[in-house]
Design a protein around this ligand. Structure first.
Ligand code: ZN
Length: 222
């Protein structure tokens, strides 16, 4: 129980993370019950409760470094060392210009002021909407999203989408680090590895993210 979470429309952006076919049940990197969030996310996107809606789209070139198929003796979901950091090797997914990489048709993307594509560097992944994972120089380059939001007078970021334990989690972490008030709408996310839900929820709270249900938000869409 979180209690009432108030948001101030004029200063708040809704960030809809990676709602793409490859992350839905049956997709290349399916998130169980990923489709269960669609109606709720659609409602929030069409509501007038946010100054701005921004979407993200995982958008990898072929042979991306995050794919298990690019690493010897590696199966999907094994850990691999990428530029000195332990990362997950994924099944090939969200390859540019494939059906699996498309944003899911059921969502009202015309409401989004911007769609930010990420993971385009062949040699580095990008879980977060704000910064790539580490590249060969040891840096995590910015995507520019924090600056974009600031220039639009946004101080609060509300997160939903897929997956709860990867791209939503990392985006929330970086939103906090960039100084935004950050709210994660738990029931409008789903995890690749649901077993770690409790642990991840606690980790988000510890870093200062407000983790709540959509019904906790004041003025939630009817
Ligand atoms: Zn990816």
């Amino acid at each position: 129980m979180t209690g009432i979470v108030s948001i101030q429309k004029e200063r708040t952006a809704l960030l809809v993370v990676d709602v793409q076919y490859d992350f839905l049940p049956g997709g290349a990197l399916e998130v169980k019950q990923g489709d269960a969030i669609l109606d709720g996310v659609a409602k929030w996107m069409t509501s007038d409760d946010f100054r701005l809606v921004v979407g993200t789209q995982d958008w990898h070139p072929e042979k991306h470094i995050s794919f298990a198929s690019e690493h010897a003796n590696t199966q999907p979901f094994d850990s691999v060392d990428i530029h000195g950091h332990e990362e997950t090797a994924w099944p090939d997914h969200c390859v540019q210009q494939t059906r699996g990489a498309e944003l899911v048709d059921e969502l009202p993307w015309h409401r989004a002021a911007a769609i930010l594509r990420k993971g385009m560097d062949p040699q580095a992944d990008s879980y977060s909407a704000f910064r790539n994972n580490w590249d060969a120089t040891g840096k995590r380059p910015s995507t520019g999203l924090a600056g974009y939001l600031r220039e639009r007078d946004i101080d609060t970021v509300v997160l939903c989408g897929l997956a709860r334990d990867v791209c939503v989690f990392w985006s929330a972490q970086d939103a906090i680090e960039a100084g935004f008030r950050t709210i994660c709408i738990w029931d409008l996310t789903r995890a690749v590895v649901p077993d770690k839900d409790d642990e991840n929820r606690e980790a988000l709270r510890t870093m200062g993210v407000v983790v709540c249900e959509s019904s906790d938000v004041e003025n939630q869409p009817a």
